[in-house]
Design a protein around this ligand. Structure first.
Ligand code: ATP
Length: 237
């Protein structure tokens, strides 16, 4: 269980997040500027919050980003153009790229998971957008951290590829028992990955429900406010 009770103040924005998150997929929904990224940055250790943050009863708050049991995937997770696919993943384990056998096995495992085994010698410029994103996912996976934070990493991909990436994230979350938090602007993405949804408004978690809340004939009042209309009438991904 990830126990969050965190506060943070931007100049004109006060955030106060209070929620307990179980392993599995959780999608963070909310309008623009409501505080989704701020929460992920606090969890990842990229912003210094006040309050409490526990994972399996261990406090994470005083840990720097690199010591937290967390991998973060951002939209701008660029690959190193001068490194091959294998090296771009291996750098997630060891920045010097000198890996021992166990570390090499980790890299092979992540490349297999992301179906990149036949692309290991390619350079990023010879990859499609989806393949490049898979390399970024492999680099996040290779760190083998139990919490995965996804700050709209797939929003630049076309709908079919985005769907493919979401299936992949869902699959590894299940298989590895990860606690995965995905920021999305599309309620349909939450329906696709399943699990639970959190609604963030003005820097607070105002609802935390199973994803089925989005497809019920009578949606949860708070979610229907956010959606404006029923989910089913919105565009599909
Ligand atoms: N660098 C910053 N300096 C000052 N205020 C900021 C900064 N970043 C964010 N904020 C404030 O925090 C609020 C929440 O921002 P945040 O990026 O967390 O929202 P979001 O829900 O992720 O938005 P979006 O969906 O548009 O990415 C914003 O409305 C803004 O007022």
């Amino acid at each position: 269980m990830l126990k969050i009770n965190l506060q943070y103040d931007w100049e004109r924005f006060h955030a106060n997040y209070c929620v307990n998150i179980k392993p599995g997929m959780t999608t963070l929904l909310g309008g623009s500027g409501e505080g989704k990224s701020t929460l992920l940055h606090l969890l990842g250790g990229y912003l210094e919050g006040r309050g409490e943050l526990y994972f399996h009863e261990a406090s994470l708050l005083s840990l720097p980003a690199y010591e937290r049991p967390i991998s973060t995937l951002f939209q701008s997770d660029n690959l190193f153009p001068q490194l091959t696919v294998w090296q771009n993943v291996a750098i997630g384990v060891s920045p010097s790229l000198s890996l021992n056998r166990e570390q090499k096995e980790k890299v092979s495992w992540a490349l297999e998971k992301t179906q990149l085994v036949d692309k290991v010698k390619r350079f990023p410029q010879a990859l499609s957008g989806g393949q490049a994103q898979r390399v970024a996912i492999a680099r996040a996976l290779v760190r083998k951290k139990p919490i995965l934070l996804l700050d709209e990493p797939f929003s630049a991909l076309d709908p079919a590829l985005r769907e493919e990436m979401l299936y992949l994230v869902n699959e590894v979350t299940d298989e590895l028992g990860l606690t995965t938090l995905l920021i999305s602007h599309l309620p349909q993405e939450a329906c696709l990955v399943g699990g639970r949804v959190i609604l963030i408004e003005q820097g607070e978690v105002i609802a935390h429900e199973p994803v089925s809340v989005l497809s019920q004939p009578e949606p949860h009042a708070l979610f229907s406010n956010y959606l404006g209309v029923g989910v089913s009438s919105r565009s599909t991904i």
